[in-house]
Write a protein that binds this ligand. Structure first.
Ligand SMILES: [Mg+2]
Length: 161
């Protein structure tokens, strides 16, 4: 496991602190006044590039992103923009309801990629504000889905199945 880095300032000058998040170690960056959570698992190492993206994305964040509501509302808005573009594919490109992504014209794929980037930006920034590396978010998600796949619980309801 490499030295943990702050997702805000990239500093490795962190202090280990008591973790309040199950299965994650916690570190404190005094410079940014945030607590960072990291799992000590190999799958996180494979996703460290996400943390580099997260750092670059955070450099473009406005102060209003420190509020709880703003980035969450914007994330929902950007996800809505993805859905809006898909909706317009049906309306303007006359795609049938059972179309696949292969049916999407290239220029529309480019537009969708840009919107997905906007969604990613807000996911990244919320992760930064939570003091969690984007690699941790990704690794935790993969771990959860692998577990559900192995236990045959991908279908069904509930966050903790
Ligand atoms: Mg957008």
């Amino acid at each position: 496991m490499p030295d943990p880095k702050c997702p805000c300032c990239n500093s490795k000058d962190l202090m280990g602190v008591h973790s309040t998040v199950e299965d994650l170690a916690a570190y404190r960056c005094e410079k940014c006044s945030i607590t960072i959570h990291l799992p000590a698992e190999k799958e996180t190492l494979d996703m460290m590039l996400l943390d580099e993206y997260q750092h670059a994305a955070h450099e473009t964040a406005l102060p209003v992103c420190r509020t709880l509501a703003y980035p969450a509302l914007k994330l929902a808005g950007e996800a809505g923009e993805v859905a809006e573009k898909v909706g317009k594919l049906y309306r303007d490109c006359n795609l049938p309801p059972d179309s696949t992504w292969d049916d999407v014209p290239d220029e529309k794929k480019t537009e969708l990629v840009k919107e997905l980037g906007d969604v990613l930006w807000y996911i990244s920034e919320i992760s930064t504000q939570l003091g969690v590396g984007l690699s941790v978010v990704a690794a935790c998600n993969v771990r959860k889905l692998k577990s559900r796949h192995e236990r045959g619980t991908l279908h069904g309801d509930g966050d903790n199945r």
